[in-house]
Design a protein around this ligand. Structure first.
Ligand code: IMP
Length: 180
């Protein structure tokens, strides 16, 4: 089973669901009547996004953007746009939904690109934060959990494209991590 590859469950399915409901309610209260556009960063944030929008009882739109900066588990420092938005965000209230902020490079780059398109406002909703790894100053407006510097998988996050479908956030067994 997939979970046999996990050394430690960091955040359980129940904890995730409770937090996402709380974040959804908070964002919905802040954006009532604003018809925000939630932009999910593929692929990692798609599970979070899917749960988050169902916790928001307001009108909203969704869109997706895909960037690439990681090869396996290490940052190359290079961020590329692999898939751009379909929507015009000019004048829209935008919320960028991301799975994790690590060095902050991906979001720093993304926010710069999106800001240039002149949305009415732009905020950041992040499920996980690893503050000890930060290289550029990025701060989430809505944050799920701050975590230590572990490489985590599950709930959308992968290791070499695997483990995205685990319903919790876990730390891989070191022997699996090193083998790749
Ligand atoms: P940053 O640009 O260093 O902030 O990296 C952000 C991206 O790196 C995230 O969107 C993830 O795709 C990936 N990433 C960073 N840490 C982890 C991790 O612990 N597990 C899985 N992916 C991670």
């Amino acid at each position: 089973m997939l979970k046999d590859d996990i050394a430690q469950v960091l955040i359980t399915e129940e904890e995730l669901q409770a937090k996402v409901k709380e974040l959804g309610a908070q964002i919905a209260a802040d954006y009532r009547d604003k018809n925000p556009l939630l932009i999910s960063v593929l692929k990692g944030a798609m599970v979070f996004m899917a749960d988050l929008i169902r916790a928001m009882d307001i009108h909203l739109g969704i869109d997706f953007i895909a960037t690439s900066s990681y090869d396996g588990d290490t940052s190359t420092g290079v961020v590329r746009i692999l898939k751009d938005l379909e929507s015009d965000i000019y004048g829209r209230h935008v919320i960028v939904v991301e799975d994790i902020v690590d060095t902050g490079r991906t979001l720093n780059y993304l926010l710069e690109i999106l800001q240039a398109r002149q949305p009415a406002s732009i905020r950041l909703c992040v499920l996980l934060d690893k503050p000890s790894r930060r290289e550029v100053p990025i701060k989430a407006d809505y944050l799920g959990f701050s975590i230590p510097d572990y490489f985590v998988v599950g709930y959308g996050l992968d290791f070499a494209e695997k483990y995205r479908n685990l319903p919790f956030i876990g730390v891989l067994k070191p022997e699996l991590y090193r083998k790749k």
